[in-house]
Design a binder for this molecule. Structure first.
Ligand code: OGA
Ligand code: NI
Length: 344
């Protein structure tokens, strides 16, 4: 019986209508006909020469994008195409495994460091989301790799290569972002304690009525910075000037967005912007975000250098563990979790 399925993928293929627990109230639906699908999207930045002749210009473009858009795309990012393609292929293969094989990784406990689950937080949410996801902690690799799935057989090797490459890209971006804020190049990297890196493989099955539900409703990312790889099926939308704008996939390009912790460190100069994932009638979609974050014990606060009499600290100091727990307990809500950490 469909209703007893733990994972959406095994239910979605059987249904002609969206089950009632996935249906959003009228006031909270995607209104897909109002989404801007062409015209001004997020900036596209070519990273070629970031450590060479184009350094100043690229740092400036990154700073502008972080300030005005909270989102940008990067080309010539230095991650070999083969590593990217292997990652996408592997995610596709994983979600095509038989149900019994996938379920070996299932858990609804958000504190688990490796788990397959569905929706967002099935224990706390009122309406479900049209998504399954495999979530992995991936830095330091040796602490977590032994928990990862072993099927498909090359999973650990290919995912480890991908994680290591993306970490390299993130560290280059953090230098550029530090510099764009007028901070010393190592400032942000040094503000993250021992660092943390998580990744998700999101699987959005085809949906018979995409106007009634979300893959993921509007939210900001709770971490520092996110590097998203998506396949060739559109679904990501970003809020720009009050409109939802589709980010159409460009091959071999990553989407980078500022998360809540970067907004805090930058004392609100850089914005953690609302975004969402919508689904479609015909095609499954895979997206693979890497969430780079402080380690749980790291103390997050606005950089002293960015605080002055005219621009006092907007946020109090807190540990990332405190923030992260509130995020998962509270669920995806349009009001940003950051408001709870504002100085009064
Ligand atoms: C996320 C997210 C967007 C997407 O996982 O936080 O925003 O396109 N995903 O899947
Ligand atoms: Ni997100």
């Amino acid at each position: 019986m469909a209703a007893t399925k733990l994972l959406l993928a095994d239910l979605a293929s059987d249904v002609k209508y969206v089950p009632s627990n996935y249906i959003r109230p009228m006031s909270d639906r995607p209104n897909l006909d109002k989404v801007h699908t062409s015209g001004a999207s997020i900036p596209l930045i070519d990273l070629q020469g970031l450590r060479g002749p184009n350094h100043r210009d690229i740092v400036k473009q990154i700073g502008q994008a972080c300030q005005h858009d909270g989102f940008f795309q990067v080309t010539n990012h230095g991650i070999p195409e083969e590593i990217v393609n292997n990652m996408l292929r592997l995610a596709r293969e994983f979600f095509r495994l038989p149900e019994s094989e996938r379920l070996k990784n299932y858990s609804d406990d958000p504190s688990k460091t490796t788990r397959l689950s569905t929706s967002f937080n099935v224990k706390t949410e009122k309406v479900a989301n049209w998504r399954d996801f495999l979530r992995l902690y991936c830095y330091p690799l040796e602490d977590f790799i032994n928990e990862w799935p072993t099927n498909p057989p090359s999973f650990r090797k290919d995912v480890a290569n991908y994680c290591t490459s993306v970490r390299g890209l993130v560290l280059r971006l953090l230098e550029a972002i530090s510099e764009s804020l007028g901070l010393n190049v190592g400032y942000i990297e040094n503000a993250l304690g021992r660092h943390g890196q998580h990744m998700a493989m999101n699987y959005y099955p085809p949906c018979p009525q995409p106007d009634l539900t979300y893959g993921l409703p509007g939210h900001t990312d709770p971490n520092l910075i996110t590097v998203l790889l998506q396949d060739d099926v559109p679904g990501l939308q970003v809020l720009r000037n009050g409109n939802w704008v589709a980010v159409n996939p460009i091959p071999n390009t990553f989407i980078v967005n500022i998360g809540d912790q970067m907004q805090v460190i930058s004392n609100d100069r850089y914005k953690s912007v609302l975004h969402r994932a919508v689904v479609n009638c015909n095609k499954e979609r895979i997206s693979i975000p890497t969430f780079y974050c402080p380690s749980p014990d790291a103390i997050v606060e606005p950089a002293k250098h960015l605080i002055n009499e005219d621009e006092p600290a907007v946020y109090r100091s807190f540990t990332y563990a405190e923030f992260y727990k509130k995020f998962w307990d509270r669920g995806l809500a349009t009001e940003c979790c950051l408001d709870m950490f504002k100085k009064t």
